[in-house]
Design a protein. Structure first.
Length: 95
């Protein structure tokens, strides 16, 4: 699993939702959500990432950034993570 997928799975589980329930709320397929969570698929497009952020109450910009870091080539991914992740982690959306 990657950090993006781990976070999405954690938020889904906190709500007690099945993959099917999360997929229905996001208007997509459970196999797609499963692939994102397991890291077998790249993080989704910015548009889908925005929908995920809204659903789980996460900051849209930070979640999109996290997705792009996870899509980066392995050679530079570690350096990007060090540069963009704050010590406090991913913040929730402001009200």
């Amino acid at each position: 699993m990657n950090r993006f997928g781990t976070l999405i799975r954690q938020k889904r589980m906190e709500r007690g939702w099945s993959l099917k329930q999360a997929a229905e709320r996001l208007l997509t397929f459970k196999g797609y959500i499963c692939g994102i969570e397991r890291g077998t698929l790249n993080p989704p497009s910015p548009r889908m990432t925005q929908r995920i952020a809204k659903l789980y109450g996460l900051d849209e910009e930070q979640l999109i950034l996290l997705g792009y870091v996870e899509k980066a080539p392995m050679k530079i991914r570690g350096e990007l993570r060090r540069r963009v992740y704050s010590p406090s982690g991913l913040r929730t959306a402001s009200a």
